[in-house]
Design a protein around this ligand. Structure first.
Ligand SMILES: [Zn+2]
Length: 256
């Protein structure tokens, strides 16, 4: 990446919006909000995203999170950073913030399905920044971490898993796919006790196992072929390739 004056200008603009004008904090914490947009920009730069995509990452929450007295508009972004950046920021801005949490999240998932690769990259970096922070907080504070969110623990995790699965389905070669899958597996582990009892795996005798039957992950929604290694006698369980949830256990009867 070449560090440009336009990127520097975006950093200053984002700091003004989130920190100088409103001292915005990360939800329920005493951490400056600006850490998140800057992290998003760094993640995008690490995979050699274009200048405009890095800038849109740094600015991605400015329209959504600016206060009324210092409202950031699309027009302001067009004037300062050009139409491409403004369009990208507008597309990742959550509309209808007054809708209930569940409906809003459903809308975001539908919306992502029409995203360009540039938008998928910004959304991936956004999720990586947020999920990494969540996992780190969970390691420190356990379940209490989830009290600062609008939805309970399991719903928060399920939403992340669905987002990650949708993004990967839309763009398998996404340069951030490995990072997303790494996080999905960790998130699934955090909710594991609940998921084990509420979404139990299928237990079946190996001889009855239909290898042509497609499996579906009840957590992230992955729907695909069965594990190729199921052919081998050594593998006895099939896990979701996105979130690692155990989907099926093939048991061997004693006479087998
Ligand atoms: Zn899954």
């Amino acid at each position: 990446m070449i560090y440009t004056s336009k990127i520097q200008k975006a950093i200053k603009f984002s700091i003004k919006t989130h920190e100088v004008y409103q001292k915005q904090k990360r939800k329920g914490k005493d951490i400056p909000y600006i850490v998140h947009p800057l992290t998003t920009g760094i993640i995008l730069a690490s995979v050699k995203a274009s200048e405009d995509v890095i800038i849109a990452g740094i600015l991605h929450d400015t329209i959504e999170d600016s206060i009324p007295e210092k409202k950031v508009t699309k027009k302001m972004l067009i004037e300062r950073f050009g139409k491409k950046v403004a369009d990208l920021v507008e597309s990742v801005t959550e509309k209808n913030k007054e809708l209930p949490w569940e409906e809003r999240k459903k809308e975001v998932l539908m919306h992502i399905k029409n995203f360009s690769h540039d938008l998928l990259l910004i959304k991936s970096a956004d999720i990586i920044s947020n999920a990494t922070e969540l996992i780190e907080d969970f390691e420190k504070n356990g379940d209490e971490t989830f009290s600062r969110f609008n939805a309970p623990k399991e719903k928060t995790i399920l939403n992340y898993l669905k987002l990650i699965r949708t993004i990967i389905e839309c763009w398998t070669d996404n340069p951030l796919a490995k990072d997303l899958i790494f996080l999905a597996k960790q998130l699934q582990m955090i909710g594991n006790a609940f998921f084990m009892s509420n979404y139990p795996e299928i237990v079946i005798e190996y001889k009855d196992y239909n290898k042509n039957k497609k499996l579906e992950c009840p957590l992230c929604g992955w729907h695909g072929k069965t594990h190729p290694n199921i052919e081998s006698d050594l593998v006895i369980d099939v896990t979701c390739p996105i979130c690692d949830k155990i989907l099926l256990v093939a048991s061997f009867s004693s006479c087998y």
